[in-house]
Design a protein around this ligand. Sequence first.
Ligand code: HEC
Length: 138
Amino acid sequence: MSRPGFIIAAFIGAALLGACSKEEPAPPAPAAKPEVVVAEPELDPVTGLIMAEHWEIVRANCTPCHSAKLVTQQRGTAQQWLTMIRWMQAEQNLWQFDPVTESRIIAYLADNYPPDAARRRAAIPAALMPPNPYSSTE
Ligand code: HEC
């Protein structure tokens, strides 16, 4: 091999060796996901009640007769919760509350178990429904 030819071959060889021993470039770091912090409400492990302000008052007054599940599966506005309480007071021997306690209970319930639009759709207006073959109004 001529001298320049050898130098070129050596150079190419060295370059190839260098190329082979080169480390793979690190894969690009995955784009950092935007941090979405959804504050999961902490649940009381015993009753399942959301441990928000006044929850102990609700635990004390709303779980002696029935499971707290009856409370936590229900949803309502303050007015709807009050109506449920008035019904239990009238029909189910639920005791009377002093006004402060009552307003705390209602606030807790309406804040933590509010009507949830996503849970239920509104009823379809009768005019948009197909004729009811079983209608008894005719
Ligand atoms: C003195 C007993 C008693 C206490 C205390 C009591 N309840 Fe009730 N509650 C009942 C009874 C009885 C029922 C009917 C249970 C059934 O239908 O099986 C009921 C039913 C309910 C229901 C279901 C209503 C429905 O329409 O399905 C909810 C919600 C409820 N109670 C919430 C509460 C809340 C909130 C409190 C605390 C403020 C509470 N209860 C305290 C006796 C009580």
